[in-house]
Design a protein around this ligand. Structure first.
Ligand code: BTN
Length: 235
């Protein structure tokens, strides 16, 4: 399947994910929606996503798929491309792309009409962040001092996602999980996972076949979490 065979480009949208959702009927798998800026960029867990001009904000319409494994695959693809560009990135579960704890990219997948909308936000040429997030966010520009051609970086990422999606569709889960483990900033760490219902603390010991995070709790029992906000606690 070709990703990016059809690309819709806008100077401004509320959210590329929302626009992609509106396109669903009739849109081909692999269709991409990009916006120079978003008025109401959406983050995970109902948060806003800071989306000024200079970033790379886009969504891909994919076919039916696993709503947890696709973002993991996208996270790995992003790490591979960013590493090729010389950045020392890692993944904080489930799919925050971070450099020394600061977030450089985020992934928001939404299921709609049985299809997966994969939304990716990459802080590309952003030179400053608002006070509320400046301690926890970074960009390619801030890390390297260079400015990037957005179309070139988009093309690299779409290629990486096309390869990852194909290998996932062919059932090659093992290599995805192995790569995820390699990039993980979470495994081996003491973490706290917060969901609206509860907070769970334990040591992150592995990623499960379905993309869940396996925790070992202080009483030695094991528990798998599928969603939530993960914060890293000490070594
Ligand atoms: C996160 O909270 O880490 C996920 C952020 C996802 C942001 C991207 S930007 C393109 C796409 N459209 C949106 O409204 N959100 C995603």
């Amino acid at each position: 399947m070709e990703i990016g065979g059809k690309i819709y480009h806008f100077t401004e949208l509320n959210s590329t994910n929302d626009f992609a959702k509106g396109l669903l009927t009739g849109a081909q798998e692999g269709t991409v929606v990009v916006a120079d800026s978003q008025r109401k960029g959406k983050g995970r867990l109902g948060r806003n996503w800071y989306s000024p001009e200079g970033g790379l904000w886009f969504s891909i319409i994919l076919g039916k798929g696993n709503g947890l494994l696709i973002p993991l695959m996208a996270g790995v693809a992003l790490c591979e491309i960013l590493q090729e560009l010389g950045l020392n990135v890692s993944i904080k579960w489930p799919n925050d792309i971070v450099i020394e704890g600061k977030k450089i990219a985020g992934i928001l997948t939404e299921l709609e009409g049985g299809r997966v909308i994969l939304g990716i936000g990459l802080n590309l040429n952003i030179s400053r962040f608002p006070d509320e997030i400046k301690e926890i966010a970074t960009s390619l520009f801030l890390e390297t001092g260079k400015t990037y051609v957005r179309e070139e970086v988009l093309k690299l990422i779409l290629g990486g996602i096309e390869r990852g999606y194909e290998s996932l569709s062919n059932g090659d889960l093992q290599s995805l999980l192995d790569k995820w483990r390699e990039y993980s900033a979470t495994l081996g760490r003491e973490v706290e996972i917060k969901t609206p219902q509860r907070a769970l603390r334990g040591r992150a010991i592995d990623i499960a076949q379905d993309g869940g995070l396996l925790l070992e709790l202080s009483d030695g029992s094991k528990e798998k979490v599928l969603a939530g906000e993960c914060s890293l606690k000490g070594k």
